[in-house]
Design a protein around this ligand. Structure first.
Ligand code: PMP
Ligand code: GLU
Length: 401
């Protein structure tokens, strides 16, 4: 059926999430019988821990199936506040916390509450795929600040300062980063903090990977660099990655009261509360034993070591060692300009297509993260898949002429 109904202008400006799109394609090919090795989507290859699943089941059995308070149950918000206090020494009241339908939804609520037409928001590239689109959906303009591989994707004050205008209203930081796994140094965070204080920016810090790290000790955090920044910082976290709960859709934000209240107003007029059952499961995750992320880390670390060694053995490929998350982001630009069966690989999109078509490995093209020289592999998959995948990858690059 052909329909002539017009679409709103805003939807024409955005793209579907590329990570979810590549994953859907890989899954469809697999379902059709292709021997696909899927390195695309970023979600832990672990089941949600038993005690968390039990809490979800108990919530259903107890009939905890009605609307809850819009920003999440008081118990869950209290538990989240207690977790922030215990893990970081931060002092948030439950009223300063919003529970949303996943971390992505928290970012959406924040952008809607904070930014509008004419506002510029700084996004550091390589960035997570959804940041620019979420900013655009708010009518604001994403301004992309490039980070360099040579500096381990850390940020320098001079580089950032170049992109600041009178219209800059905020910045999004993500450490450990999806897709690079890099973490910002204290100096970089201090530079961001200085500019933010001087110009009254909102800082959005996406900490969703902060429990999955491969370095000793606590990661530098913008709020530890200067606690005064709490008055203009929104902290995003959630249980998707730390408790392997991607499908439950629970994320949370802590921040200044008036911003959280504005986000609650938006949530009350859009999704209402996140799923009551998922909130009870998240309560068990946030307030129960905290050893699960370490279990995942122990599984991820040998995989990371293996991949880094395999990549180091491929001529022309470089890769910054990730400090956290479960991605590697190798630079494959040395192979751009080469061809297979007469078809030239012009950039990361061609490279990802070539790898999927010819070698049946699904990766996400770097251009989706604002960094075309790279491709992203998620190593939240089995060692067996990783071994085969790295072999296929090396062979595939070797076939390019
Ligand atoms: N931020 C980053 C950097 C992510 O990689 C993800 C994963 N999708 C999210 C936020 C959102 O996570 P979710 O919506 O699944 O809680
Ligand atoms: N954050 C994950 C990824 O980057 C999940 C996909 C998504 O939400 O876009 O693959």
């Amino acid at each position: 059926m052909q329909s002539k109904i017009n679409l709103a202008e805003r939807v024409k400006q955005i793209k579907p999430s590329p990570t979810l799109a590549v994953n859907a394609k890989a899954k469809a090919l697999k379902a059709a019988g292709a021997n696909i090795l899927n390195f695309s989507v970023g979600e832990p290859d672990f089941d949600t821990p038993d005690h968390v699943r039990e809490a979800g089941k108990a919530a259903i059995d107890a009939g905890f199936t009605r609307y809850t308070a819009v920003p999440g149950t008081p118990e869950l918000r209290e538990a989240i506040a207690a977790r922030f206090a215990e893990d970081h020494g931060w002092n948030y009241s439950p009223e300063q916390i919003q529970v949303s339908c996943g971390g992505k939804h928290g970012l959406y609520n924040m952008a809607q509450a904070l930014f509008g037409p004419g506002d510029e928001v700084l996004i550091l590239a390589p960035y997570w795929v959804s940041y620019p689109d979420i900013i655009q959906l708010a009518g604001a303009t994403p301004v992309i600040v490039p980070l360099s591989e040579e500096k381990n994707f850390d940020l320098e004050y001079e580089v950032l300062a170049d992109y600041v205008t009178e219209r800059t209203r905020g910045i999004i930081i993500n450490s450990p980063s999806n897709p690079t796994g890099s973490v910002f140094s204290r100096e970089a965070l201090a530079a961001i903090g200085k500019l933010a204080l001087e110009n009254n920016w909102a800082i959005i810090t996406d900490d969703i990977y902060d429990t999955i790290t491969y370095v000793d000790g606590k990661l530098p955090h913008i709020l530890d660099v200067d606690p005064a920044l709490a008055a203009q910082t929104l902290v995003l976290n959630g249980v998707s990655k730390s408790f392997a709960m991607t499908g439950w859709r629970i994320g949370y934000t802590a921040g200044p009261q008036h911003v959280i209240s504005a986000m609650n107003k938006i949530q009350s007029q859009s999704t209402s509360n996140p799923s009551s059952v998922a909130q009870m499961a998240a309560l068990a995750a946030v307030s129960g034993p905290q050893d699960f992320p370490a279990v995942m880390r122990q599984a991820f670390e040998p995989r990371l070591d293996y991949i880094l060694e395999a990549l180091a053995g491929i001529e022309g490929v470089s890769c910054v060692k990730p400090s956290g998350a479960f991605y590697v982001f190798p630079n494959v630009a040395a192979y751009y300009g080469r061809s297979f069966k007469g078809k030239k690989i012009q950039g990361s999109l061609d490279m990802a297509d070539y790898l999927l078509d010819e070698s049946k490995i699904a990766v996400v093209p770097g251009i989706a993260f604002g960094a075309d020289p790279f491709i992203r592999f998620s190593f939240a998959t089995s060692m067996e898949v990783i071994r085969d995948g790295m072999n296929r990858f090396k062979e595939a690059l070797g076939r390019l002429e």
